[in-house]
Design a protein around this ligand. Sequence first.
Ligand SMILES: NC(=O)c1ccc[n+]([C@@H]2O[C@H](COP(=O)([O-])OP(=O)(O)OC[C@H]3O[C@@H](n4cnc5c(N)ncnc54)[C@H](O)[C@@H]3O)[C@@H](O)[C@H]2O)c1
Length: 281
Amino acid sequence: MKPSRTFALTGRTVLVTGAASGIGAATSRALDAAGANVVLVDLHQVPLDELATSLGSRTLPVAADVTDGAAMESVVAAAVARFGSLDVCFANAGIAAASPTTIPSSSVEEFERIIEVDLLGVWRTVRACLPEITKAGGHVLVTSSVYAFFNGTGNAPYAMSKAGVESFGRSLRGELAGTGTTAGVLYPGWVSTPIIKASRQGHPAAQKLIRLANPGPFGTPVTPERIARAVVQGIEDRSARIICPRRWAPVSAARGVVNILGDVVVDRSRRMQSLIRQLDK
Ligand SMILES: NC(=O)c1ccc[n+]([C@@H]2O[C@H](COP(=O)([O-])OP(=O)(O)OC[C@H]3O[C@@H](n4cnc5c(N)ncnc54)[C@H](O)[C@@H]3O)[C@@H](O)[C@H]2O)c1
């Protein structure tokens, strides 16, 4: 079966993880405006209830941890009981290190928790949603990052997870090809949300490294509303990839060369190496 070229969201049910803040909250608002029923998932009930109240009756706010597969299955069951089906899953919840640090200086707990949430949380969310989404001929969208193709120095567990999420989303799209159900990957650049606070206001060496590695407009954060608009459009188009802002699209397209050049710069730049040493605790 050929997937429909456009997938209007009116009347569809969309599950959003990480819905209480940033990209998830902005996207939940945009999905609601597009006429979708929105299942709002995040760690704590109160902010979800507040968002649901501001949106109206076509929402279901449910607190759950994306690393808990059984809890995610219960959320899906609640969504189907309330709205009759589940058409789209936006596996978006994520965390970053409290402060950028090098691999040998990382705490085991934090390193592994980032992978648990950012990579395994996506897998467990999608695994719980997929039976209903395939029944509906719907769409799965997973949040990766430009960190999937960016050198992850100082942020290794995050970069590892985001590269893994990209690979997961692409694998899923390939496996679903021709079935009528689709999957895509979202690659946000820098976005002004709480998750970037540690990189932007934390260790001065990390801030300098980020400025060196993200020259000019690449380092300028965009609003979560801009990502939300791209997400709604990308779901309606069943896009394989959503790169936002678009200035990152040529970098992604040329990543074979860009990656090699980026690694050479780190190998040779005494300035960068001295900043990286300052991230060793
Ligand atoms: N902000 C950026 O610059 C940027 C860039 C690229 C990718 N991303 C990705 O976008 C996604 C959304 O991030 P954001 O920028 O909106 O950050 P954010 O901190 O505003 O929102 C993340 C949300 O995820 C929730 N969350 C964390 N752990 C969870 C768990 N175990 N179970 C359920 N919910 C959990 C948090 O409570 C929070 O509400 C993340 O995957 C992030 O890695 C963000």
